[in-house]
Design a protein around this ligand. Structure first.
Ligand code: DU
Length: 220
């Protein structure tokens, strides 16, 4: 119930004028392959298992991914890499995240973005990050079993550190771990966007090692 109420609050959010405009603008100019689709064009709550022990935090909603489907980490290159890795780790029932009708279920995991709306150039401002942090707090409060927060990229790492009160903020480095005042561990992984995967900075083996470590940290 608490999760459902949190999701409703997120979906109704209009805090950041620049992002409210951008989510509509993206919906009005879809790439050819999504032409004619009705976009969600609202903020996107997290998705997954209410009993999740692993919370996966990405950067921001993708203009033509989550902003189109209404489900976090769906329908773009980042989602493809991540969902396949969750599936290999036994945390997802299927290896792709297509749309809200695809039957994707996560077991033991929750996925969300630090910024719930799509930002221009995938670059949210610090103000937009801070405006969205209460939603991360609300989801984490409602997901009592979360023991590990896997942060994808430096932006998500910093957002989680701010949210969790980690001071001084530990530097981002792939594989870094930090124990938060709330007793949860945040674990850093490079963001699985196309830029990092196509250059080989982040490989599937590295993603698999990240989720193996996350499962180990939450005692599974
Ligand atoms: O209707 P429902 O079974 O509560 O699922 C709602 C929503 O959450 C659906 O997208 C599946 C997802 N989900 C999940 O991924 N893992 C769970 O353990 C429960 C629900």
């Amino acid at each position: 119930l608490r999760l459902a109420r949190t999701a409703e609050r997120i979906v109704a959010c209009e805090r950041c004028p620049r992002l409210v405009a951008w989510r509509q603008e993206a919906a009005a100019s879809p790439p050819a392959r999504f032409a004619g689709q009705a976009y969600w064009a609202r903020p996107v709550p997290g998705h997954g298992d209410p009993k999740a022990r692993i919370y996966v935090l990405a950067l921001a909603t993708a203009a033509h991914g989550g902003n189109r489907t209404g489900r976090a980490l769906t329908g773009n290159a980042t989602a493809d890499r991540l969902t396949a890795a969750l599936h290999r780790a036994g945390l997802a029932n299927r290896p792709t995240s297509v749309d809200r009708g695809d039957g994707l279920r996560l077991t033991g995991a929750w996925t969300a973005s630090a910024v719930r709306c799509p930002p221009p150039a995938d670059r949210p401002t610090a103000e937009e990050r801070d405006a969205c942090l209460p939603y991360l707090t609300a989801e984490l409060d409602a997901l009592a079993d979360v023991a590990v927060i896997v942060t994808l990229g430096a932006f998500a790492w910093d957002a989680a550190a701010l949210q969790g009160g980690l001071r001084p903020r530990p530097p981002f480095r792939h594989g870094a771990e930090a124990l938060r005042p709330d007793g949860r561990t945040q674990l850093a992984c490079y963001h699985p966007g196309r830029r990092n995967t196509s250059t080989g900075l982040l490989t599937d083996a590295m993603l698999d090692a990240t989720f193996r470590r996350a499962l180990e940290l939450c005692g599974r």
